[in-house]
Write a protein that binds this ligand. Structure first.
Ligand code: 3HC
Length: 683
């Protein structure tokens, strides 16, 4: 047994060397690991008694690729490309033994080996595109030579993981292994001969060489789905170079494109988002000693759209769930809606009929609170009114066992007040899902003043188990996401009153990268919801109110800010006239408003609100706010989230622009807050 260094172990087994990478948790290819493998290879090269090498990782990961954390640092030799060059030209066969994941640079390392064997649980992939990158260590050149050009484009542009069996069919893996590790790998390597290098195997490129349109055809549908068009196009260009140029030139082109993307603001933002998403799991006061309670059975109170969507989340994760409603009719409507949702998935081919039936069978209905006694967690999704919430929680308190987590799906109400009405405020918290609940990944977990750590840990664990990204937030009106959204909505209304039309406002955000602007979004969600709430609270939003008074509730009535032809939104001259009338009635002289001003007025107030949210401790880190906006509100991930964007613009500039806009428009809502002023001034 010998340690090449602290992260790499080299052992000899007869005439086969075993090099094991040990850089937990996922063997990211940081400097120490690269250096260790290089040293081990050097020792093997000098030992004439050794005739073959197995390169392996842990059971969890052969390697998750380049160490993303090193991207901002000065390069340190040996680089991954140096290592790959040494392996590829090694005069003894090197066999990559794949268990767990082999991703990005990890797969590229394996592609440079002379053979790849995989255990059934192995998964390979090139997920670089999700970081705004392309594979940068030969992946775009070697993968097409093994899997063919069309399949390589699919793997590279989707970033999806490919299970071992499929990788075998694709030609990426040479053999599937059932035997024990490392014995089976050593046995395989003992008979291995050093075949041609992957870089020299051009047969699978022939089809694309003969058909110059193949790449464009194969790439077109993948490019349409890509969230970062620049990275996606760079991936395609690099694969094109694999086909049209000799290996060394194609490889150099890949590196050029990779370095360009790595330095791009789009990739920096996505790397920030990657780490921010992992940081949110780190919650103050929740150390490893706080174990989440097991959750085997759930109850959802309320069979409305939200309650139904939440119930589906549990069923999708295999957790039995009972939906409680007060009336049989409402319960039946809810059940029918859930069944219809599953049917749609079956029709679209994303779910098979048997699985859909299995999930439906996990969802029961009840007309009283008795099932609460059996539940480990209850999520209340009843009407958004405090007296109703209090009534429901009194029932929950009466029926639930000690230790059951009692969660409210409120979007705005005070979780502490709801908790105070029970005999067990420590078990009460908020679990704020986003619509449609079975689709959107964000879950705001609202920690009340009295919420106990085990209850919080359970809510987070459940959130992850049902496929959400849970972010812990504190109690305030609207929590993080909706509190910031309110600032944007306020400005949408002001901009329409002052001179912009819905299409102008929306274009500013779609040009920025959002899939939809606030007006189209309002039409989708239904304008009547906010209208009713405003009426109940004695508030006004003159344009939106006027639309609702005209019966224009959005898509569901065929008209709102836009006119709908099917689902297509068309600007409506009647809306322009209506808005002009409302402006006049409010005594406002309309003016042309430029796209830059619209964008600043939609986004900067959100950043301003974010500064207050951070100062008040409602969110723990700027990255938490970014994760909320990326997963809950479709903030374009290549823009990193509102707080990341604010930091790129510079908080001092955001502050100054808000002050200038407030002065120019007379709108006090635009004035920078004290929290933003302090944040902009720096520590
Ligand atoms: N570099 C640095 N750290 C990494 C990493 C990487 N490539 N991959 C994972 N980590 C870290 C995570 O930040 C996390 O750290 P933490 O515990 O301190 O928060 C830890 O490893 C465990 O990761 P997860 O919590 O994400 O664990 P999961 O089991 O849920 O997922 C994973 C594992 C699927 C590997 C996921 O982490 C992942 O997708 N990682 C990124 C993979 C990737 O994008 N690879 C390509 C890198 S770029 C590249 O290789 C360039 C090359 O082409 C030149």
């Amino acid at each position: 047994m010998a340690a090449a260094n602290e992260t790499v172990e080299l052992t000899r087994h007869g005439d086969v060397a075993l090099i094991v990478m040990q850089n937990p948790p996922v063997n990211a290819l940081g400097f120490a690991l690269r250096e260790g493998v290089m040293r081990a290879l050097d020792a093997v090269a000098r030992d004439a008694a050794l005739r073959a090498v197995v390169l392996a990782g842990s059971a969890r990961a052969f390697s998750a690729g380049a160490d993303i954390g090193e991207f901002g640092l000065p390069p340190r030799a040996p680089s991954l490309r140096d290592l790959i060059a040494v392996i590829e030209d090694f005069d003894k066969p090197v066999v990559a033994a794949l268990r767990g994941i082999a991703l990005g640079g990890g797969l590229e390392l394996a592609l440079a080996c002379h053979a790849r064997i995989a255990w059934p649980d192995a998964r390979v992939g090139l997920p670089e595109i999700r970081l705004g990158l392309l594979p940068g260590a030969g992946g775009t050149q070697r993968l097409p030579r093994l899997a063919g050009v069309a399949r390589a484009l699919e793997i590279i542009l989707s970033g999806d993981m490919v299970p071992a069996a499929r990788a075998r069919q694709d030609g990426i893996v040479d053999a599937l292994i059932e035997g024990a590790f490392p014995e089976a790998a050593l046995a395989y390597a003992a008979t291995a001969v050093r075949g041609p290098r992957v870089r020299d195997r051009d047969a699978r490129l022939a089809e694309a060489k003969a058909d110059p349109d193949l790449i464009a055809r194969a790439a077109a549908p993948l490019l349409r789905r890509a969230r970062d068009g620049l990275a996606a196009r760079a991936c395609v260009e690099a694969v094109r170079a694999a086909v049209t140029r000799p290996f060394a030139e194609g490889d150099a082109e890949e590196l050029r494109l990779f370095l360009e993307r790595r330095a791009s603001p789009e990739s920096q933002a996505q790397r920030h988002a990657f780490f921010a998403e992992r940081e949110v799991a780190k919650v103050a006061g929740l150390g490893p000693e706080i174990a989440p309670r097991p959750v085997r059975r759930a109850v959802v109170v309320g069979a409305g759209t939200m309650g139904g969507g939440i119930a589906m989340c549990f069923a999708d994760a295999g957790i039995p769930v009972t939906v409680i409603e007060i009336g049989a009719e409402a319960l039946e409507r809810g059940r029918a809606r859930i069944a219809a949702n599953y049917e749609t998935s079956v029709r679209r081919g994303s779910l098979d009929a048997a699985e859909s039936a299995r999930r439906l069978a996990l969802i029961a209905g009840a007309l009283d609170f008795a099932p609460v006694a059996e539940a480990d967690i209850v999520i209340e999704a009843a009407f958004e009114e405090m007296p109703i919430k209090k009534q429901v929680f009194a029932e929950l308190d009466r029926h639930a066992r000690p230790g059951t987590v009692l969660a409210t799906n409120t979007s705005y109400l005070n979780v502490d007040e709801i908790a105070a009405g029970t005999s067990r405020p420590g078990d009460v918290l908020g679990m704020h899902f986003f619509s449609p609940a079975n689709v959107m990944k964000l879950l705001e977990v609202v920690r009340g003043a009295a919420t106990a750590a085990p209850a919080l840990a359970t809510a987070l664990a459940v959130g992850r188990a049902i496929g959400k990204v849970p972010v812990v937030v504190g109690v305030c009106h609207g929590f993080v996401g909706n509190r910031m959204l309110a600032r944007r909505s306020e400005q949408t209304e002001r901009l329409l009153l002052e001179g912009a039309l819905p299409q102008d406002v929306d274009r500013a955000l779609t040009d920025f990268g959002f899939r939809m602007g606030p007006c189209a979004m309002g039409d989708l969600a239904g304008l009547d919801v906010g209208w009713r709430i405003r009426k109940a609270m004695g508030l006004r939003a003159p344009v939106s109110d006027a639309l609702c008074e005209a019966g224009r509730f959005g898509q569901k009535t065929g008209s709102g800010y836009y006119l709908y032809q099917g689902r297509e939104a068309v600007p409506d001259p009647d809306v322009a006239a209506l808005i002009e009338r409302v402006s006049a009635a409010e005594g406002i002289t309309r003016r042309g408003i430029g796209q830059d001003e619209i964008l600043e007025r939609l986004i900067y107030p959100m950043i301003d609100e974010g500064a207050s949210i951070l100062e008040e401790g409602i969110a723990a880190r700027p990255g938490d706010i970014d994760v909320i906006w990326i997963y809950g509100y479709n903030w374009p991930v290549w823009r990193g989230g509102p707080m990341w964007y604010g930091a790129q613009v510079g908080l001092a500039r955001v502050r100054d622009r808000l002050a200038a806009l407030a002065a120019a428009t007379g709108d006090g809502q635009l004035r920078p807050s004290a929290a933003l002023q302090r944040a902009a001034a720096g520590p």
